[in-house]
Design a protein around this ligand. Structure first.
Ligand SMILES: [Zn+2]
Length: 324
C-alpha cells in the first residue's frame, strides 16, 4: 500500500517530481509514515482519536506499524471490528486532508479530520456504543485506568464536579499539570446546577475560560464524562448543556490545538478529589500555594506512576509497536 501511494517520495522514485519535501510542514522527506503518523498537524489527530496515542518518531515504516496495530486490535475481546473500521476511516480522513493541503493549499484541520472519521464510522459506533465507547479514552489493548501525561509541550487539565441532589448543590474543580505531571495551577467553584452533567459542563467551561484568559494554547482537557467530551468534540449534542458546550466550542475556535479527551474515572482522580473537597467545603480558598495533603498525594502518585510506566514498564504517551 505504501509503495502505491503518491507520496512525494514515491513520486520521485517514479521520476514524477524532483523534490520530496512535505507540502504541509516542509519536512525534507514525505513518505507514508510522515503522511499518516509524523506530520506535526497529526499530533492532535492521533491524540484526540479513540486510540489516544502519540506516534513514536522512531517509527519509520507505516506498513509495519499498521500491521502491529491491526493485530493488536483484532486481538481485542470486543469492539475489534468497529475500531479497525474507525482506524481505516481515520487514515482515509488524514489522506483526504493531506491532499486538500497539497493540491488546494488548505490548512489541514485536525478536528475536521477526527469528525470525518467518526461520521464515516458512525453506523458501527451507534450499533455498538456500549462496547466501543468505554475504551475510547485510553489504550485500546489495556484500557487505561490511570492518569496519563499529555503530549510533550502540552498541559493537561483534569476537571470534575460533585453534585448533591438535595438542594441541587454542586461544586467542581480543575487542575492543570504539565507534561511531566507536575502541578501547575488549579481552581474550584461552588456551582448552581440542575444535574451532575450540568455541573461537569460548568466546571469544564470554567477551566476553558481560565486557559483562554491565560492564553494557554496547548491543553488537553480531560474529564470522565463521555457525553460531555463528545459534545465538546461536536460528536454529539446534549440539549441540557447545549449553551455551556457552545461557549466551550466557541473558545476552541481560537485555540485549534486544544484537545478534549475522555478518561476513565481512575485517570481523573486528582480532579475528583478536588471536586469532593470543594463539595464538602473543606478546601481553603488559596490552596494552590499549599496543596491539601490528599490532593498532593494523588498528584504525586499520578506523576510517579506515569513516569515509571513511561520509562519502560509500558509505553504511555506513545504506543509504538515492537517491530518484528
Ligand atoms: Zn509534514
Amino acid at each position: 500500500m505504501h509503495e502505491a501511494l503518491p507520496t512525494k517520495l514515491n513520486l520521485r522514485r517514479r521520476h514524477c517530481v524532483s523534490e520530496t519535501s512535505c507540502p504541509i510542514c516542509e519536512a525534507p522527506r514525505e513518505d507514508a509514515a510522515h503522511v499518516f503518523l509524523h506530520c506535526p498537524w497529526l499530533r492532535p489527530v492521533w491524540f484526540g482519536s479513540f486510540f489516544q496515542l502519540a506516534p513514536d518518531p522512531s517509527i519509520l515504516s507505516l506498513p509495519i506499524w499498521l500491521e502491529a496495530k491491526l493485530s493488536q486490535l483484532s486481538n481485542l475481546e470486543s469492539g475489534s471490528e468497529q475500531l479497525i473500521s474507525y482506524l481505516g476511516f481515520l487514515l482515509w480522513g488524514v489522506w483526504k486532508m493531506r491532499n486538500n493541503g497539497t493540491f488546494r493549499g488548505e490548512r489541514p484541520n485536525p478536528v475536521l479530520c477526527l469528525n470525518l472519521a467518526v461520521e464515516a464510522s458512525k453506523e458501527f459506533l451507534l450499533e455498538t456504543t456500549t462496547e466501543f465507547l468505554p475504551i475510547s479514552g485510553g489504550h485500546v489493548n489495556r484500557g487505561i485506568r490511570h492518569w496519563t501525561r499529555p503530549p510533550l509541550g502540552f498541559l493537561k487539565c483534569n476537571t470534575d464536579a460533585g453534585f448533591l441532589r438535595v438542594g441541587n448543590k454542586a461544586a467542581g474543580g480543575y487542575i492543570f499539570k504539565d507534561d511531566k505531571g507536575c502541578f501547575v495551577w488549579g481552581n474550584h467553584r461552588q456551582l448552581h446546577a440542575a444535574s451532575a452533567l450540568a455541573a461537569e459542563a460548568l466546571i469544564l467551561r470554567e477551566a476553558v475560560f481560565a486557559a483562554m484568559n491565560l492564553n494557554m494554547d496547548r491543553v488537553v482537557f480531560e474529564a470522565d464524562n463521555l457525553g460531555l467530551i463528545e459534545a465538546c468534540r461536536e460528536q454529539r449534542e446534549k440539549g441540557e448543556i447545549l449553551a455551556i458546550v457552545k461557549d466551550i466550542r466557541k473558545c476552541k475556535l481560537d485555540f485549534p490545538n486544544w484537545i478534549f479527551s475522555w478518561t476513565r474515572r481512575e485517570g481523573n482522580e486528582c480532579a475528583h478529589v478536588l471536586a469532593r473537597l470543594a463539595l464538602c467545603r473543606s478546601i481553603p480558598p488559596h490552596w494552590c500555594a499549599h496543596l491539601p495533603q490528599e490532593l498532593s498525594t494523588t498528584i504525586n502518585r499520578d506523576m510517579v506512576a506515569s513516569a515509571m510506566r513511561e520509562s519502560g514498564v509500558a509505553e504511555e504517551r506513545s504506543n509504538p509497536p515492537d517491530p518484528p
